[in-house]
Design a protein around this ligand. Structure first.
Ligand code: ADP
Ligand code: ADP
Length: 226
């Protein structure tokens, strides 16, 4: 089933920078798409347009066959994970994960259920009372993932979620995110400049350069692996 369709998408920033040019992609339900390419090639801009954090200059963007261009970010059934985690330092792990649900007026019982469920999946049950500063980098990244999971959204967007971790943790979290995707099967678009992440995590990858899609295919097709 077609989950996300991007049809001739352009982003021209005020001042005239064309960050994304004629971007076309159809994402099937449950895919794990990796957008890969060097810094400045337009990956983050593409993700932010899908999230509704950046206006689309030209082209159509659909989710489940519904045109989304003018749907506000809050009304999109999308959860995003950022590079810098964006955790609230004064809140506990529990409250960090619960925050988005409270905003959306979920009942206390639903919030508890979802937070505990996500904490169990991510091995965070012992840390619910801690503040982010008392966690390791990998644990912080898990909380950021937890915040996305509790939303129970149809789409995950991840913007370089591992790039602040040291090499060893990066390898570990790479495997964990892949495992998470196998379990939840949430359609995911994942942005990275790291070819190893692209190669090992993607069901399909999209190679970008200077705002233009160079190649779309499975890791085997793009990197010529056996
Ligand atoms: P990537 O995520 O691949 O590093 P970005 O999407 O962040 O690339 O940036 C793509 C291009 O758009 C770059 O040339 C960048 O300088 C430019 N750009 C990004 N954000 C803005 C902005 N808010 N205003 C103007 N230009 C921007
Ligand atoms: P309030 O909205 O009254 O400030 P919280 O949102 O902090 O309450 O907590 C709501 C419920 O979530 C609590 O009654 C508790 O059962 C559960 N809860 C909160 N923090 C934790 C935690 N660290 N570990 C387990 N359960 C928690």
């Amino acid at each position: 089933m077609e989950k996300i369709v991007l049809n001739h998408i352009y982003k021209i920033y005020d001042g005239g920078v064309t960050a994304v040019s004629d971007f076309n992609l159809t994402v099937q339900d449950q895919e794990f798409i990796v957008l890969v390419g060097p810094s400045g090639c337009g990956k983050s801009t593409t993700l932010r347009m899908i999230a509704g954090l950046e206006e689309i200059s030209e082209g159509d963007f659909l989710i489940d066959n519904k045109k989304m261009n003018d749907v506000p970010s809050k009304e999109r059934d999308i959860a995003m994970v950022f590079q810098n985690y964006a955790l609230y330092p004064h809140m506990t792990v529990y409250d960090n994960m619960a925050f988005g649900l409270k905003l959306r007026k979920f009942s206390k019982q639903q919030i508890q259920e979802r937070v505990h469920n996500a904490a169990a999946i991510l091995d965070l049950e012992k840390y619910l009372d801690r503040k982010p500063k008392a966690l390791s980098g990998g644990q912080r990244q898990r909380v950021a993932l937890g915040r996305a999971i509790v939303r129970d959204a149809n789409i995950f967007l991840m913007d370089e979620p591992l790039s602040n971790l040291d090499a060893k943790l990066r390898v570990q979290m790479r495997a964990e995110i892949t495992k998470l995707h196998r379990r939840l099967k949430t359609t995911t678009i994942y942005v990275t400049h790291d070819q190893t992440e692209a190669m090992t995590m993607a069901t399909r990858l999209v190679v970008m350069k200077d705002g233009i899609v160079q190649q779309v295919g499975t890791p085997e097709e793009v990197y010529g692996l056996p």
